[in-house]
Design a protein around this ligand. Structure first.
Ligand code: GLN
Length: 310
């Protein structure tokens, strides 16, 4: 760990991270099933750090909104747990790494409709279903939660993008119907997938995403008070570490050593407990659906700063 005396100021470190990791070529891919994710240029790269002392540092394209996609699953889980009755949720979804891709159907069938964790699509559909018991407009509820954490109306749902993803959602609908068949979905499959896709289509900048995730670095305390208890915050971090990067969770823990959650929009939210929350965004993905440049940048940043839970 660097000391305060030998560490360069964080804004200079972030500028250097952007210089070193902004993609120079069109390596990696974007998901074919979500057409609008191919819009951002391959060389987009932004990073932001929101600290528990109230500072925000950023560099690169940190103020450009991007599609948060599966990063939304961290926020919906926190909201579901803060709504009470966590045992009702945990009887419907496990907390084990899946070792399979985020939208795999096979495991759900073999394991009788109980998803391995809340961060794969099937698990997130159960969480959204749980949220819909409080509000049929679960995605709108998520958006208001994010605006509260960010302290302004920045986050918005890209409704066109949601519509086009919904038109390509056969696989998510299949997962929802499987869940329903096993008795693990209370609302109609179509309504749950619609809310899920709209929550995935929320647009936020790196600065906003880092601010929104800060409650997880400060024992569950968000911008407007308690979001979750300290022990729930710890547990969400644990699930991020073991399941946040799908079947690349082990590799990410090895390289970065921090709890993280990725989305196929190219964003990754990472938590340094007690210190800060970090969001990096670059749209091109590796074969597991995680940002190529984003993962490399976070490995570099954790090496340079000593930030790690280990
Ligand atoms: N909306 C995407 C999907 O359901 C989210 C996946 C992801 O970000 N990993 O396929």
């Amino acid at each position: 760990m660097m000391t305060a005396l030998d560490s360069p100021p964080l804004n200079l470190v972030l500028d250097d991270i952007v210089r070193s990791h902004r993609p120079q070529s069109e390596a990696g891919s974007v998901p074919a099933s979500i057409p609008h994710l191919s819009s951002p240029a391959f060389n987009r790269f932004g990073i932001a750090v929101a600290t528990t002392s109230g500072d925000v540092f950023s560099s690169g394209d940190a103020d450009l909104p991007f599609s948060i996609q599966s990063i939304s699953k961290v926020f919906t889980l926190a909201m579901a747990l803060s709504a009470g009755e966590p045992s009702a949720l945990w009887s419907r979804v496990l907390r084990e790494p899946s070792g399979t891709s985020f939208n795999s159907l096979v495991q759900l069938e073999v394991e009788h409709g109980i998803p391995r964790n809340p961060f794969i699509n099937s698990g997130a559909l159960v969480v959204t279903d749980h949220l819909m018991e409080k509000s049929a407009d679960a995605a709108g509820h998520v958006l208001r939660f994010l605006a509260d954490q960010v302290g302004g109306p920045g986050p918005f749902i890209d409704e066109m993008a949601a519509k086009s993803e919904l038109a390509n959602s056969s696989r998510n609908l299949a997962l929802a119907h499987f869940l329903k068949d096993f008795g693990n979905l209370h609302r109609p499959a179509q309504a749950v997938v619609e809310n899920y896709v709209r929550q995935c289509s929320i647009m936020m900048t790196c600065v906003e995403t880092a601010k929104a995730g800060l409650f997880l670095a400060q024992g569950g305390r968000g911008a407007q008070g308690t979001v979750v208890s300290p022990s729930e915050a710890k547990r969400i971090g644990s699930i991020m570490l073991t399941c946040g990067m799908y079947d690349a969770a082990g590799e990410f823990a090895y390289r970065v050593g921090l709890p993280g959650k990725s989305g196929v929009g190219g964003g990754i939210l990472v938590i340094v407990p007690g210190e800060c929350s970090i969001c990096v965004w670059s749209p091109r993905l590796d074969s597991k659906g995680n940002s190529l440049a984003g993962s490399a940048a976070l490995a570099d940043l954790s090496d340079r700063t000593g930030w790690s839970v280990f």
